[in-house]
Design a protein around this ligand. Structure first.
Ligand code: PLP
Ligand code: SF4
Length: 466
Protein backbone atom coordinates (compact mmCIF):
# COMPACT_ATOMS: atom_id res chain seq x y z
CA UNK A 1 0.00 0.00 0.00
CA UNK A 2 1.24 3.48 -0.82
CA UNK A 3 1.70 5.58 2.29
CA UNK A 4 -0.69 8.46 2.41
CA UNK A 5 0.93 11.88 2.04
CA UNK A 6 -0.72 14.88 3.64
CA UNK A 7 -1.04 17.88 1.33
CA UNK A 8 0.56 20.07 4.01
CA UNK A 9 3.68 17.83 3.90
CA UNK A 10 4.06 18.34 0.14
CA UNK A 11 3.76 22.09 0.56
CA UNK A 12 6.49 22.06 3.17
CA UNK A 13 8.96 20.15 0.95
CA UNK A 14 11.81 22.23 -0.55
CA UNK A 15 11.24 23.23 -4.19
CA UNK A 16 12.76 20.75 -6.65
CA UNK A 17 16.28 21.65 -7.72
CA UNK A 18 16.14 23.55 -11.00
CA UNK A 19 19.07 23.57 -13.41
CA UNK A 20 19.47 26.94 -15.10
CA UNK A 21 18.57 26.85 -18.82
CA UNK A 22 21.34 25.43 -20.96
CA UNK A 23 23.80 27.86 -22.54
CA UNK A 24 23.24 27.38 -26.30
CA UNK A 25 27.01 27.59 -26.75
CA UNK A 26 27.37 24.30 -24.91
CA UNK A 27 25.45 22.58 -27.73
CA UNK A 28 27.93 23.70 -30.39
CA UNK A 29 28.89 20.07 -30.97
CA UNK A 30 25.59 19.61 -32.83
CA UNK A 31 26.31 22.42 -35.30
CA UNK A 32 27.88 20.55 -38.17
CA UNK A 33 29.13 22.30 -41.26
CA UNK A 34 26.83 21.74 -44.23
CA UNK A 35 26.25 23.22 -47.66
CA UNK A 36 28.73 23.32 -50.53
CA UNK A 37 31.63 24.59 -48.41
CA UNK A 38 34.23 23.23 -50.84
CA UNK A 39 33.37 25.84 -53.43
CA UNK A 40 35.39 28.34 -51.38
CA UNK A 41 38.60 26.74 -52.68
CA UNK A 42 39.18 28.04 -56.24
CA UNK A 43 40.07 24.61 -57.60
CA UNK A 44 36.72 23.19 -56.42
CA UNK A 45 34.52 26.21 -57.19
CA UNK A 46 32.76 24.38 -60.04
CA UNK A 47 32.55 20.99 -58.34
CA UNK A 48 28.99 19.69 -57.89
CA UNK A 49 27.80 17.89 -54.80
CA UNK A 50 27.62 14.57 -56.67
CA UNK A 51 31.25 14.92 -57.73
CA UNK A 52 32.43 16.00 -54.28
CA UNK A 53 30.73 13.00 -52.69
CA UNK A 54 32.34 10.60 -55.16
CA UNK A 55 35.22 8.85 -53.38
CA UNK A 56 37.02 8.28 -56.69
CA UNK A 57 36.93 12.00 -57.39
CA UNK A 58 38.32 12.64 -53.89
CA UNK A 59 41.17 10.16 -54.36
CA UNK A 60 42.00 11.38 -57.86
CA UNK A 61 42.11 15.03 -56.84
CA UNK A 62 44.12 14.59 -53.67
CA UNK A 63 47.03 16.98 -53.40
CA UNK A 64 50.26 15.00 -53.56
CA UNK A 65 52.95 17.56 -54.36
CA UNK A 66 53.76 21.26 -54.25
CA UNK A 67 52.67 22.04 -57.84
CA UNK A 68 49.25 20.52 -57.05
CA UNK A 69 49.08 22.51 -53.83
CA UNK A 70 49.84 25.69 -55.76
CA UNK A 71 47.23 24.79 -58.39
CA UNK A 72 44.56 24.15 -55.75
CA UNK A 73 45.23 27.34 -53.86
CA UNK A 74 46.04 29.87 -56.58
CA UNK A 75 44.94 33.28 -55.35
CA UNK A 76 44.03 32.02 -51.87
CA UNK A 77 47.35 32.12 -50.05
CA UNK A 78 50.50 34.20 -50.25
CA UNK A 79 53.61 33.12 -52.14
CA UNK A 80 55.46 33.30 -48.84
CA UNK A 81 53.15 30.62 -47.44
CA UNK A 82 53.73 28.34 -50.45
CA UNK A 83 57.51 28.78 -50.13
CA UNK A 84 57.25 27.99 -46.42
CA UNK A 85 55.28 24.80 -47.20
CA UNK A 86 57.84 23.83 -49.85
CA UNK A 87 60.64 24.11 -47.27
CA UNK A 88 58.51 22.14 -44.82
CA UNK A 89 57.99 19.26 -47.23
CA UNK A 90 61.65 19.11 -48.22
CA UNK A 91 62.48 18.23 -44.64
CA UNK A 92 59.46 16.05 -43.85
CA UNK A 93 59.63 12.29 -43.22
CA UNK A 94 56.15 11.84 -44.73
CA UNK A 95 54.98 12.07 -48.29
CA UNK A 96 52.19 14.51 -49.10
CA UNK A 97 48.60 13.48 -49.67
CA UNK A 98 45.69 15.71 -48.66
CA UNK A 99 42.13 14.97 -49.78
CA UNK A 100 40.00 17.75 -51.33
CA UNK A 101 37.66 17.25 -48.35
CA UNK A 102 40.42 18.24 -45.91
CA UNK A 103 41.70 20.96 -48.26
CA UNK A 104 38.28 22.58 -48.23
CA UNK A 105 37.96 22.46 -44.44
CA UNK A 106 41.17 24.44 -43.91
CA UNK A 107 40.66 28.12 -43.21
CA UNK A 108 42.92 29.55 -45.93
CA UNK A 109 42.45 33.08 -44.61
CA UNK A 110 44.63 32.06 -41.67
CA UNK A 111 46.56 28.96 -42.78
CA UNK A 112 49.32 29.46 -40.23
CA UNK A 113 46.94 28.96 -37.30
CA UNK A 114 44.61 26.41 -38.87
CA UNK A 115 44.52 23.10 -36.96
CA UNK A 116 43.86 21.00 -40.08
CA UNK A 117 46.64 22.63 -42.08
CA UNK A 118 48.92 22.00 -39.10
CA UNK A 119 48.30 18.25 -39.29
CA UNK A 120 48.92 17.76 -43.00
CA UNK A 121 51.05 20.58 -44.41
CA UNK A 122 54.39 21.23 -42.68
CA UNK A 123 55.91 24.69 -42.71
CA UNK A 124 59.68 25.20 -42.73
CA UNK A 125 59.30 28.19 -40.42
CA UNK A 126 57.64 26.09 -37.73
CA UNK A 127 60.00 23.11 -37.64
CA UNK A 128 62.00 22.49 -34.47
CA UNK A 129 65.09 20.32 -33.97
CA UNK A 130 64.28 16.70 -33.08
CA UNK A 131 64.61 15.62 -29.48
CA UNK A 132 67.96 13.85 -28.85
CA UNK A 133 66.01 10.80 -27.57
CA UNK A 134 64.24 10.33 -30.89
CA UNK A 135 64.70 7.54 -33.34
CA UNK A 136 62.57 6.51 -36.30
CA UNK A 137 60.24 3.66 -35.17
CA UNK A 138 60.48 4.89 -31.60
CA UNK A 139 57.86 2.33 -30.59
CA UNK A 140 60.17 -0.51 -31.70
CA UNK A 141 57.38 -2.04 -33.74
CA UNK A 142 59.94 -3.73 -35.95
CA UNK A 143 61.77 -5.24 -32.96
CA UNK A 144 58.57 -7.03 -31.92
CA UNK A 145 57.86 -8.44 -35.41
CA UNK A 146 58.02 -12.24 -35.61
CA UNK A 147 57.13 -11.96 -39.31
CA UNK A 148 57.33 -8.81 -41.44
CA UNK A 149 54.31 -6.60 -40.81
CA UNK A 150 53.01 -8.35 -37.68
CA UNK A 151 53.86 -6.82 -34.31
CA UNK A 152 53.23 -9.15 -31.36
CA UNK A 153 54.03 -7.12 -28.27
CA UNK A 154 51.14 -7.67 -25.90
CA UNK A 155 50.09 -11.09 -24.65
CA UNK A 156 46.73 -11.55 -26.37
CA UNK A 157 46.69 -9.02 -29.18
CA UNK A 158 48.73 -8.28 -32.28
CA UNK A 159 49.03 -5.54 -34.85
CA UNK A 160 48.84 -6.60 -38.50
CA UNK A 161 50.23 -4.04 -40.93
CA UNK A 162 48.46 -5.09 -44.10
CA UNK A 163 49.76 -2.38 -46.40
CA UNK A 164 51.67 0.88 -46.45
CA UNK A 165 49.38 3.41 -48.10
CA UNK A 166 46.73 5.76 -46.71
CA UNK A 167 44.01 8.05 -48.10
CA UNK A 168 46.03 10.97 -46.70
CA UNK A 169 49.47 11.24 -45.15
CA UNK A 170 49.60 12.78 -41.71
CA UNK A 171 52.63 14.67 -40.52
CA UNK A 172 52.46 13.07 -37.11
CA UNK A 173 52.36 9.47 -38.34
CA UNK A 174 53.99 7.07 -35.90
CA UNK A 175 54.69 4.71 -38.76
CA UNK A 176 56.58 7.18 -40.89
CA UNK A 177 59.27 4.45 -40.98
CA UNK A 178 56.99 2.39 -43.22
CA UNK A 179 54.00 4.34 -44.47
CA UNK A 180 53.98 6.24 -47.75
CA UNK A 181 56.59 6.41 -50.46
CA UNK A 182 60.21 7.33 -49.75
CA UNK A 183 60.82 11.01 -49.10
CA UNK A 184 63.99 13.06 -49.37
CA UNK A 185 64.52 12.46 -45.66
CA UNK A 186 63.56 8.81 -45.22
CA UNK A 187 63.65 5.59 -47.20
CA UNK A 188 60.95 3.26 -45.97
CA UNK A 189 60.67 -0.26 -44.65
CA UNK A 190 58.51 -1.96 -47.30
CA UNK A 191 55.04 -3.23 -46.43
CA UNK A 192 53.27 -3.57 -49.75
CA UNK A 193 50.12 -5.58 -50.23
CA UNK A 194 51.59 -9.04 -50.61
CA UNK A 195 49.47 -12.15 -50.22
CA UNK A 196 52.46 -14.31 -49.37
CA UNK A 197 53.47 -11.97 -46.53
CA UNK A 198 49.86 -11.94 -45.33
CA UNK A 199 49.77 -15.75 -45.32
CA UNK A 200 52.88 -15.83 -43.14
CA UNK A 201 51.20 -13.44 -40.71
CA UNK A 202 48.02 -15.55 -40.61
CA UNK A 203 50.12 -18.70 -40.08
CA UNK A 204 51.87 -17.05 -37.16
CA UNK A 205 48.54 -15.98 -35.62
CA UNK A 206 47.23 -19.52 -36.10
CA UNK A 207 50.31 -20.89 -34.30
CA UNK A 208 49.80 -18.65 -31.23
CA UNK A 209 46.75 -19.74 -29.23
CA UNK A 210 47.04 -16.74 -26.91
CA UNK A 211 46.18 -14.27 -29.71
CA UNK A 212 42.53 -13.27 -29.39
CA UNK A 213 42.60 -9.73 -30.76
CA UNK A 214 43.98 -8.53 -34.11
CA UNK A 215 44.32 -4.91 -35.21
CA UNK A 216 44.27 -4.67 -39.02
CA UNK A 217 46.17 -1.51 -39.80
CA UNK A 218 48.91 -0.22 -42.04
CA UNK A 219 48.74 2.05 -43.73
CA UNK A 220 45.01 2.20 -43.74
CA UNK A 221 42.18 -0.28 -44.28
CA UNK A 222 40.46 2.29 -46.57
CA UNK A 223 43.10 1.46 -49.17
CA UNK A 224 42.29 -2.25 -49.18
CA UNK A 225 40.15 -3.40 -52.09
CA UNK A 226 36.82 -4.95 -51.08
CA UNK A 227 38.09 -8.45 -51.87
CA UNK A 228 41.12 -7.79 -49.64
CA UNK A 229 38.85 -6.70 -46.77
CA UNK A 230 37.08 -10.03 -47.26
CA UNK A 231 40.26 -12.09 -47.62
CA UNK A 232 41.81 -10.74 -44.41
CA UNK A 233 38.53 -10.83 -42.51
CA UNK A 234 37.72 -14.42 -43.46
CA UNK A 235 41.25 -15.65 -42.80
CA UNK A 236 41.19 -14.20 -39.28
CA UNK A 237 37.60 -15.21 -38.50
CA UNK A 238 38.46 -18.79 -39.43
CA UNK A 239 41.02 -18.97 -36.62
CA UNK A 240 39.18 -20.27 -33.56
CA UNK A 241 41.12 -18.37 -30.93
CA UNK A 242 40.75 -14.99 -32.70
CA UNK A 243 37.75 -13.40 -30.98
CA UNK A 244 38.12 -9.69 -31.76
CA UNK A 245 39.22 -7.76 -34.82
CA UNK A 246 39.44 -4.09 -35.64
CA UNK A 247 39.90 -2.53 -39.04
CA UNK A 248 41.86 0.67 -38.48
CA UNK A 249 41.22 3.54 -40.84
CA UNK A 250 41.56 7.28 -40.78
CA UNK A 251 39.16 7.37 -43.71
CA UNK A 252 35.97 8.55 -41.96
CA UNK A 253 37.89 11.63 -40.73
CA UNK A 254 39.50 12.61 -44.01
CA UNK A 255 37.34 11.11 -46.75
CA UNK A 256 33.87 10.24 -45.42
CA UNK A 257 32.68 10.16 -49.03
CA UNK A 258 33.91 6.59 -49.40
CA UNK A 259 31.33 5.40 -46.87
CA UNK A 260 28.63 7.07 -48.98
CA UNK A 261 29.68 6.09 -52.48
CA UNK A 262 31.95 3.04 -52.33
CA UNK A 263 29.22 0.49 -51.70
CA UNK A 264 31.44 -2.46 -52.57
CA UNK A 265 33.90 -1.53 -49.82
CA UNK A 266 31.26 -0.89 -47.15
CA UNK A 267 29.38 -4.05 -48.15
CA UNK A 268 32.56 -6.12 -47.83
CA UNK A 269 33.19 -4.70 -44.37
CA UNK A 270 29.56 -5.22 -43.34
CA UNK A 271 29.68 -8.84 -44.49
CA UNK A 272 32.71 -9.53 -42.28
CA UNK A 273 31.08 -7.78 -39.31
CA UNK A 274 27.94 -9.88 -39.80
CA UNK A 275 29.85 -13.09 -40.29
CA UNK A 276 31.77 -12.27 -37.10
CA UNK A 277 28.50 -11.72 -35.27
CA UNK A 278 27.21 -15.13 -36.37
CA UNK A 279 30.44 -16.62 -34.98
CA UNK A 280 30.03 -14.55 -31.79
CA UNK A 281 33.14 -12.56 -32.59
CA UNK A 282 33.51 -8.80 -32.50
CA UNK A 283 34.56 -6.94 -35.64
CA UNK A 284 34.74 -3.14 -35.28
CA UNK A 285 36.26 -0.09 -36.93
CA UNK A 286 38.84 2.10 -35.26
CA UNK A 287 39.20 5.56 -36.67
CA UNK A 288 41.15 8.69 -36.03
CA UNK A 289 39.55 12.13 -35.70
CA UNK A 290 41.70 14.83 -34.15
CA UNK A 291 39.69 18.04 -34.40
CA UNK A 292 35.97 18.86 -34.14
CA UNK A 293 36.03 20.63 -37.53
CA UNK A 294 36.81 17.34 -39.23
CA UNK A 295 33.22 16.30 -38.50
CA UNK A 296 30.70 17.79 -40.96
CA UNK A 297 27.23 16.92 -42.19
CA UNK A 298 28.94 14.70 -44.78
CA UNK A 299 30.62 12.80 -41.94
CA UNK A 300 27.32 12.48 -40.17
CA UNK A 301 25.60 11.05 -43.26
CA UNK A 302 28.50 8.64 -43.76
CA UNK A 303 28.48 7.46 -40.15
CA UNK A 304 24.69 7.16 -40.15
CA UNK A 305 25.12 4.48 -42.81
CA UNK A 306 27.72 2.70 -40.69
CA UNK A 307 25.40 2.91 -37.67
CA UNK A 308 22.47 1.49 -39.65
CA UNK A 309 24.64 -1.53 -40.41
CA UNK A 310 25.30 -2.03 -36.72
CA UNK A 311 29.04 -1.42 -36.97
CA UNK A 312 30.79 -0.09 -33.86
CA UNK A 313 33.26 2.73 -34.49
CA UNK A 314 35.83 3.82 -31.92
CA UNK A 315 38.19 6.75 -32.15
CA UNK A 316 41.84 7.37 -31.34
CA UNK A 317 43.10 10.94 -31.20
CA UNK A 318 46.66 12.21 -31.19
CA UNK A 319 47.21 15.14 -28.85
CA UNK A 320 48.92 17.83 -30.90
CA UNK A 321 50.12 21.30 -30.11
CA UNK A 322 48.04 24.03 -31.81
CA UNK A 323 45.58 21.37 -33.01
CA UNK A 324 43.68 19.99 -30.04
CA UNK A 325 45.78 20.82 -26.98
CA UNK A 326 43.06 22.70 -25.12
CA UNK A 327 40.35 21.19 -22.92
CA UNK A 328 37.61 23.16 -24.79
CA UNK A 329 38.64 21.80 -28.21
CA UNK A 330 39.01 18.27 -26.87
CA UNK A 331 35.63 18.34 -25.17
CA UNK A 332 33.95 19.66 -28.31
CA UNK A 333 35.60 16.83 -30.25
CA UNK A 334 34.43 14.18 -27.80
CA UNK A 335 30.85 15.43 -27.72
CA UNK A 336 30.73 15.72 -31.49
CA UNK A 337 32.10 12.19 -31.87
CA UNK A 338 29.48 10.91 -29.48
CA UNK A 339 26.81 12.79 -31.43
CA UNK A 340 27.74 10.92 -34.63
CA UNK A 341 27.95 7.56 -32.82
CA UNK A 342 31.72 7.26 -32.54
CA UNK A 343 33.16 6.19 -29.18
CA UNK A 344 36.28 8.11 -28.12
CA UNK A 345 38.74 5.44 -26.97
CA UNK A 346 42.24 6.88 -26.60
CA UNK A 347 44.01 10.22 -26.66
CA UNK A 348 47.67 9.54 -27.37
CA UNK A 349 50.52 11.65 -26.21
CA UNK A 350 52.33 12.34 -29.47
CA UNK A 351 54.98 9.71 -30.16
CA UNK A 352 58.59 10.67 -30.72
CA UNK A 353 58.52 11.05 -34.47
CA UNK A 354 61.13 12.66 -36.69
CA UNK A 355 60.48 16.16 -38.01
CA UNK A 356 57.35 16.95 -35.97
CA UNK A 357 58.67 18.30 -32.70
CA UNK A 358 56.46 21.39 -33.21
CA UNK A 359 53.39 19.12 -32.90
CA UNK A 360 54.33 17.50 -29.62
CA UNK A 361 53.34 18.88 -26.27
CA UNK A 362 54.08 18.13 -22.63
CA UNK A 363 52.75 15.25 -20.58
CA UNK A 364 51.53 17.92 -18.16
CA UNK A 365 49.19 19.22 -20.90
CA UNK A 366 47.80 15.73 -21.43
CA UNK A 367 47.19 15.33 -17.70
CA UNK A 368 45.45 18.70 -17.50
CA UNK A 369 43.19 17.92 -20.45
CA UNK A 370 42.21 14.57 -18.94
CA UNK A 371 41.21 16.28 -15.72
CA UNK A 372 39.16 18.94 -17.50
CA UNK A 373 37.25 16.64 -19.85
CA UNK A 374 36.30 13.83 -17.45
CA UNK A 375 32.68 14.29 -16.47
CA UNK A 376 31.95 16.36 -19.59
CA UNK A 377 30.18 13.49 -21.36
CA UNK A 378 29.37 9.81 -20.88
CA UNK A 379 32.13 7.88 -19.17
CA UNK A 380 32.21 5.34 -22.00
CA UNK A 381 32.81 8.23 -24.40
CA UNK A 382 35.66 9.63 -22.31
CA UNK A 383 39.01 8.53 -23.71
CA UNK A 384 41.97 7.31 -21.71
CA UNK A 385 44.99 9.54 -22.18
CA UNK A 386 47.92 7.26 -22.95
CA UNK A 387 51.63 7.38 -23.59
CA UNK A 388 52.83 4.70 -25.99
CA UNK A 389 56.06 4.09 -24.12
CA UNK A 390 59.08 4.64 -26.40
CA UNK A 391 61.17 1.49 -26.67
CA UNK A 392 58.24 -0.93 -26.79
CA UNK A 393 56.56 -0.70 -23.39
CA UNK A 394 53.19 -0.29 -25.04
CA UNK A 395 50.39 2.05 -24.06
CA UNK A 396 50.40 3.36 -20.51
CA UNK A 397 47.77 5.46 -18.77
CA UNK A 398 49.42 8.91 -18.79
CA UNK A 399 48.82 9.26 -15.05
CA UNK A 400 50.56 6.02 -14.16
CA UNK A 401 54.12 7.36 -14.38
CA UNK A 402 56.54 6.30 -11.65
CA UNK A 403 58.27 9.64 -11.86
CA UNK A 404 57.82 12.89 -13.83
CA UNK A 405 60.28 15.77 -13.75
CA UNK A 406 58.65 18.87 -15.24
CA UNK A 407 62.03 20.64 -15.50
CA UNK A 408 63.79 18.05 -17.67
CA UNK A 409 60.45 16.85 -19.09
CA UNK A 410 61.34 13.18 -18.47
CA UNK A 411 58.61 10.79 -17.33
CA UNK A 412 59.28 7.16 -16.45
CA UNK A 413 56.83 4.31 -16.88
CA UNK A 414 56.78 0.62 -16.11
CA UNK A 415 54.71 -1.99 -17.96
CA UNK A 416 54.36 -4.96 -15.61
CA UNK A 417 51.93 -6.87 -17.85
CA UNK A 418 54.05 -6.36 -20.98
CA UNK A 419 57.74 -6.32 -19.97
CA UNK A 420 58.05 -6.70 -16.18
CA UNK A 421 61.08 -5.04 -14.66
CA UNK A 422 61.74 -2.64 -17.57
CA UNK A 423 61.66 1.15 -17.34
CA UNK A 424 60.45 3.35 -20.21
CA UNK A 425 61.13 7.04 -20.70
CA UNK A 426 58.91 9.61 -22.38
CA UNK A 427 60.25 13.14 -22.93
CA UNK A 428 58.47 16.46 -23.29
CA UNK A 429 59.53 18.71 -26.19
CA UNK A 430 62.51 20.78 -25.15
CA UNK A 431 61.20 24.16 -26.30
CA UNK A 432 58.31 23.91 -23.81
CA UNK A 433 60.57 23.22 -20.80
CA UNK A 434 61.56 25.87 -18.25
CA UNK A 435 64.92 27.56 -19.11
CA UNK A 436 66.80 25.36 -16.65
CA UNK A 437 65.59 22.19 -18.40
CA UNK A 438 66.36 23.61 -21.84
CA UNK A 439 69.89 24.46 -20.72
CA UNK A 440 70.52 20.92 -19.50
CA UNK A 441 69.39 19.33 -22.79
CA UNK A 442 71.55 21.84 -24.70
CA UNK A 443 74.61 20.12 -23.23
CA UNK A 444 75.02 16.52 -24.51
CA UNK A 445 77.18 15.65 -21.49
CA UNK A 446 74.09 16.21 -19.33
CA UNK A 447 71.89 13.73 -21.22
CA UNK A 448 73.06 10.54 -19.47
CA UNK A 449 72.82 12.33 -16.12
CA UNK A 450 69.25 13.46 -16.80
CA UNK A 451 68.22 9.91 -17.58
CA UNK A 452 70.13 8.41 -14.67
CA UNK A 453 68.46 10.84 -12.26
CA UNK A 454 65.05 9.93 -13.66
CA UNK A 455 65.84 6.22 -13.36
CA UNK A 456 66.97 6.54 -9.76
CA UNK A 457 63.90 8.60 -8.83
CA UNK A 458 61.59 6.10 -10.51
CA UNK A 459 63.19 3.14 -8.78
CA UNK A 460 62.85 4.95 -5.46
CA UNK A 461 59.11 5.37 -6.07
CA UNK A 462 57.32 2.64 -4.10
CA UNK A 463 55.02 1.64 -6.96
CA UNK A 464 57.88 0.97 -9.36
CA UNK A 465 59.07 -2.10 -7.45
CA UNK A 466 57.67 -5.39 -8.67
C1 PLP B 1 47.94 -0.30 -29.86
C2 PLP B 1 48.43 -1.61 -30.13
C3 PLP B 1 47.59 -2.73 -29.98
C4 PLP B 1 46.15 -2.60 -29.49
O1 PLP B 1 46.14 -2.11 -28.16
P1 PLP B 1 44.79 -1.68 -27.41
O2 PLP B 1 45.27 -1.03 -26.15
O3 PLP B 1 44.02 -2.92 -27.14
O4 PLP B 1 44.06 -0.73 -28.29
C5 PLP B 1 48.13 -3.98 -30.25
N1 PLP B 1 49.42 -4.11 -30.64
C6 PLP B 1 50.24 -3.06 -30.77
C7 PLP B 1 51.66 -3.28 -31.16
C8 PLP B 1 49.77 -1.78 -30.54
O5 PLP B 1 50.58 -0.72 -30.69
S1 SF4 C 1 46.39 7.66 -41.92
FE1 SF4 C 1 47.34 6.71 -40.10
S2 SF4 C 1 48.96 5.36 -40.91
FE2 SF4 C 1 48.34 6.80 -42.56
S3 SF4 C 1 49.75 8.54 -42.41
FE3 SF4 C 1 47.96 9.06 -41.18
S4 SF4 C 1 48.49 8.38 -39.08
FE4 SF4 C 1 49.91 7.35 -40.51
Amino acid sequence: MTPKIELSQVDAAPPPARKPPVDPGSLAHRELLGGEFWRGVPAYAEVSEAEFLDHKWQAKHSVTNIPKLVAALSGLVSEAFIADAQRGFERAPMSMRVSPYVMSLIDWKDPYADPLRTQFIPLGSRLLPDHPRLDLDSLHERADMPVPGLTHRYVDKALFLALDTCPVYCRFCTRSYAVGIDTEEVSKFQLHVNTERWERAFAYIRSRPELEDIVISGGDAYQLRPEQITQIGEALLSIDHVRRMRYATKGPAVMPQKLLTDDAWLDALTAIVEKGRRLHKEVVVHTHFNHPREITQITQRALDRVCERGITVRNQTVLQRRVNDSPATMLLLLRRLGYVNVHPYYVYMHDLVKGVEDLRTTLDTGLLIEKQIRGGTAGFNTPTVVVDAPGGGGKRDAHSYEHYDRVTGVSVYTAPAVHPGELYYYVDPIDLLPPEGQARWADPAEHPKILEEARAAALAAPRARP
